[in-house]
Every structure is written in C-alpha cells, then in structure tokens.
Ligand binder design. Sequence first.
Ligand code: SAH
Ligand code: SF4
Ligand code: F3S
Length: 472
Amino acid sequence: MTTPRKVHIKSYGCQMNVYDAQRMVDTLAPEGFVETASVDDADLVILNTCHIREKASEKVYSELGRLRTVKDEAARNGREMRIAVAGCVAQAEGSEIIRRERAVDIVVGPQSYHHLPQLLAKAKTDGRAIETEFPVEDKFASLPDPKPAVIRARGISSFVTVQEGCDKFCTFCVVPYTRGMEVSRPVARIIDDVQRLADNGVREITLIGQNVNAFHGDGDDGKPWSLGRLLYRLAQIPGVARLRYSTSHPRDVDDALIEAHRDIPAVMPFVHLPVQSGSDRILEAMNRKHTAADYARTVERFRKVREDIAFSSDFIVGFPGETEEDFSATLALVRQISYAGAYSFKYSPRPGTPAADMQETVTTTLMDERLARLQELIDSQQAAFNAAAIGKTVDVLFERAARNPGQIVGRTAYLQPAHVMASPDIIGQVLPVTIDSLERYSLIGALAGSAPSHAAPFSQPANTSPPAMTGA
Ligand code: SAH
Ligand code: SF4
Ligand code: F3S
C-alpha cells in the first residue's frame, strides 16, 4: 500500500470558498490525498484566496513568503512540496502570482479546481501549471458531478452551492470578474446533494451563491425554478430540519421566496440581506439599482409573513463621494430596520472596478471614524437582540461538544450559539432550550423538558463547524 499524500488547505473569504476547499479535498481524495492540519508535513499546500478587499489579497503574498521558507526547508530534506494558489486572487491575477512569488507551482481559478489532479501532473513535468480561464461550457455541467467528487457530509450543518457568479456589477465589487456570470445548478443535482447529505446525518443545509436569490436552475419539468420553489422541494427531504440561504440581493427578492418563509417551518427566519448604504445617492453610484425605501419595503414584505424574522446586512463606509449626510442616511436606515447583526467594511478600491477610478475619495481618518460609529450602533442592536432571548424558550439545533466539559453547543434559528449541559446524544437534534443568561455572544440555557420538538434520532460525531454568516 502506498502512503497517502497530504494536502493542507487554507481558505480565505466567503462561504463559497469554504465549500470549494472541501470540494478540493474531495476531488483529491481519489488521487490518494488526505487532509492535514499542518503545513509542515504537507505534500501540497493550497491557498484558497479572496480578492474582495485589498487587505484580503495582500495577505496571500505574506502567507506565500512564509510558505516559501517551509518549501525550501522540505527540499533541503529531500521532500517535494507543491504550492497552489486557488480562488479569487488566482482568477484575478493569474500568472502575475508566479511572477511575484517563485514558490508557486499551480494557479487555479474557482471554475477550474476539479482539474487539480491534471494540474498537479502538469506542474510535475512542466514545473508550472496555470488554469484560470472561465470554461466555455457550463461550469456545473463540466464538474465531475454527481460522483465521485461530490461534497462529503462533515457534521450537522452543510453548505450546498446552488448558483455561482454575479451579473449585478456593483461598481465597487470584484466578484463578477473573479466568479464570472451568474450560473445556476440544475435542480436535480441539488436535490441529489441534499438527499445524500441528509442520509449522512446533515440536518441543516445552507444554500450558497454569490447572489443566491437570483437562482434559476432548470427543474425536471424543463422550466427554471426560483429559489422559493427550490426551498419547498428541499424541505420535503427527510432529515432536513433547517434550511438557510446566503447571500441575497434586495432586488431579487420575489414573492415565492417570501411565501417560502410564510409556509415552510424549516426555512429559518433569519435573512442576510446586504444593503451597503442608506443613501440613495451612494446606492446609485454603487449601481445597486434600488433605493433605501425599496430596501425597507422588502424587509417589510418579509416581516408581514413572519413577524419573528430577523435580518443581517453588509455595509461599506467611505465609498467615493460619501458625505456626512450620506453616512447619516446609513445610520438612519440601520435604526429603521434594526438588525440582529451586520458586517461593516471600509471601502477598498479594487483594480478594474468602476469605483476605483472615482476621484472623490474619503480620507482614511473619516472612514475610521464612520466605521466606529456604525459598528457601535450595530453592536448595540445585536446586544439588544441577544438579550431579548433571555427568559425565552427557543429551538436549538445541537452541533457538537463545547470546550467546557459536559456542555453541548448548538445554534438558534438566528445562528446564535447556545450552550447547555447535556449528553452528547442530543447532537443532531432540534430541542427547545430555555435561555437564562448571555455570555458575550453565546446564549446559556437548559433543555426545556425532555420531549424533542421536531427532532429525529440522529447522533453524529462532533466535527462540524458553524455556518458563517457572510462573505469575506
Ligand atoms: N453578494 C455577495 C457579496 C460578496 S462580498 C455575497 O455573496 O456575499 C461581501 C461584502 O463585502 C459585500 O456585501 C460588501 O459589503 C463588501 N465589499 C465588497 N467589495 C468591497 C470593496 N471594494 N470594499 C469594501 N467592502 C467591499
Ligand atoms: Fe454581485 Fe454582491 Fe458583488 Fe454586487 S456586491 S456585484 S451583488 S457579488
Ligand atoms: Fe471571491 Fe468570495 Fe472573496 S467570491 S473575492 S472569495 S468574498
């Protein structure tokens, strides 16, 4: 028997990159690779990169510098180590990466990683291998899908990609250039993936896509299905207790999606709906194609069908031309909506995007100041939202043993971590928990009675990581 080769993957950026990294591991498994948590004994190191802001992409080069030292050391010991750069920086910079860092053997874009085995072979003979062209054919049709490179179940909660790419071209954003045009997977493939994950103990599915509610995959009736229709179908799969989707664009919220929240208990009442700014002038310069009032109306449509629904969002401060008045409009919108949490970022000019050429830049000092004010407001809303759970009995999907002995941790409908003292048998079940206190962002409580709410008797090893809320 040959000893397995070891692959170490480090992922940056959004949920799609986390999912892609897992698929890379699954693609390399038939080649005899096993995953290793350490760089030092790896035969192949993959950096799965993010290009969304300058800091994210610059991180890659400092990491590559460190890896070069490890690779040189391995070579001195007669061991060959390969370094691959995957993800959105690979797509955006291509061969430039190899020019800047000699240690890199392979550059592979997000649409090409299913060719990793061939690229490894090519790097061995040619010294280098680069593949960052967007494939002409549908990416999802070209993937070795459904088997053997399908994603393996890893615990209680799993991502499933339903669409990739984005045609929205927000003026600040690199995603349309790094992930390409919007492509939806066929419904049958998604059902197949969810079915298999559920059969292997997964209880929560988060459908992911750069613009997930633009989903329009072909159904078996030959017609494109909306995300709402897909949710209805997936909710029928036995074992699926919770369904989530991320990330949505406010302009693509249709009635079918709202109705899915009204009708399907498994669709969680927590929606990540990025707005970026509360100023109509800035929203227009960003090419978001909606106003702050349109956004608030969309939120109301959701709230009308489920009053317990909560929202999170993304914000950019310091977009070119943002005045104090524009920023005040953002604060006003945040007060109006009241979020359960949100991510906020300083604007970062990205090469090749229209906003990078805009002249009226906002100073770093002003950006820092606005970011602090926005984050203070969001933090206070999040703290109030979490505190409101105290004294209530809420459903928790239990995922794994917590760090404290005897404690099991799960997530509420709103992704708040919730800790109880209980037997590990409850992992994989949705159970009501009475919350009695709050420790930083975690809820602490006790199982309410012993009767499961709508849980099936699954028991899973404690190896799942919680779903992150958003990109980057
Ligand atoms: N629709 C996407 C958005 C990806 S980027 C998704 O699936 O998540 C995640 C967030 O990063 C955006 O919502 C935006 O708030 C932020 N972002 C994108 N480009 C940025 C830039 N140039 N500078 C600062 N923040 C940016
Ligand atoms: Fe598309 Fe989101 Fe980027 Fe806008 S911010 S271009 S919607 S990925
Ligand atoms: Fe790419 Fe995701 Fe970053 S799409 S640029 S890895 S946020």
